[in-house]
Design a protein around this ligand. Structure first.
Ligand SMILES: [Zn+2]
Ligand SMILES: [Zn+2]
Length: 277
């Protein structure tokens, strides 16, 4: 199993970091977790097209995590021969979000069906809403969800993908909470949205300071990783965007609280998810 960092950014635009999304690949199968700004450009960079996504898993419906869902729906549809449905899993609210997105796309969908003789039906986007528990299982792969705490954004969920004897957790935007701890227990790789409260609190902008109370700090993420006994902690969706050359500072803060490997990857970095040796 491999984790591909298709978007390591946050709501703050960055020339080098696309909005939040990650790709988990098992053999030739691809699962996309969230679909933020620039996601399809990064999928192209990862040599994976929209038609190759087996399932889209949404952690929550905050704009930065879903900006490019419309692009995924449209581009998968118009580059499919024939187009195949895009199964989506997400928290309660995802059905209406997808319905609204398809409504927004309505005129474009109509024009394309009119223009292309071989496009006869609109994109199909079946949605499964979950509050937690098993969301997918077959002979190779098991995907679990758990409720997280990103209030007032509610509900939100994290995912754990298990395959080939290994596991990766995508915690999403959340403060530490018991369900997240449980989801992470023994995971080989744990990806966590993080902020640096020490840096943000120095900026006299209330709207930026507001983000502190509903995200994990680097220390929080490291402590969650330590409690759960994970192998590798991946710091992601970093706010503020790390200045180039300061990545080691973020990693050092985490390392004070967690003995395992800590990574702060760039877009398109590939992280192996393998059973602990
Ligand atoms: Zn969020
Ligand atoms: Zn976010």
């Amino acid at each position: 199993m491999e984790l591909v960092m298709t978007g390591t950014g946050s709501p703050l635009p960055s020339p080098d970091r696309a909005g939040p999304s990650q790709l988990v690949q098992v053999g030739g199968r691809s699962f996309l977790i969230d679909c933020g700004r620039g996601c399809l450009m990064r999928l192209a960079g990862a040599a994976t097209g929209p038609a190759a996504i087996e399932r889209l898993l949404l952690t929550h419906l905050h704009s930065d995590h879903v900006t490019d869902v419309n692009d995924l729906i449209t581009t998968r549809w118009i580059t499919g021969f024939p187009a195949v449905p895009l199964p989506v899993v997400g928290p309660v609210g995802t059905v209406s979000f997808i319905d609204d997105t398809l409504t927004m796309l309505g005129p474009d969908i109509g024009w394309r069906i009119t223009h292309h003789d071989d496009l006869e039906a609109p994109p199909e986007v079946p949605v499964t809403e979950t509050a937690g528990g098993l969301v997918f299982e077959d002979a190779e792969i098991r995907i679990l969800a758990a409720p997280t705490d990103h209030r007032p954004v509610h509900p939100t969920i994290g995912y754990r993908i298990e395959a080939e004897g290994a596991s990766v957790v995508l915690g999403g935007d959340t403060v530490p909470c018991p369900a997240l701890d449980e989801l992470c227990v023994g995971a080989d790789v744990y990806v966590q949205t993080v902020i640096r409260d020490d840096l943000i609190s120095q900026v006299p902008v209330a709207r930026l300071n507001d983000v502190i109370d509903y995200h994990s700090t680097v220390v929080d993420a490291a402590q969650t990783a330590a409690r759960a006994g994970v192998g590798t902690l991946v710091l992601n969706h970093c706010v503020p965007t790390p200045m180039p050359g300061t990545e080691a500072d973020w990693i050092a803060i985490a390392a004070e609280h967690f003995d395992g490997e800590v990574l702060l990857p760039d877009d398109l970095d590939r992280i192996p998810v393998e059973p602990a040796g």
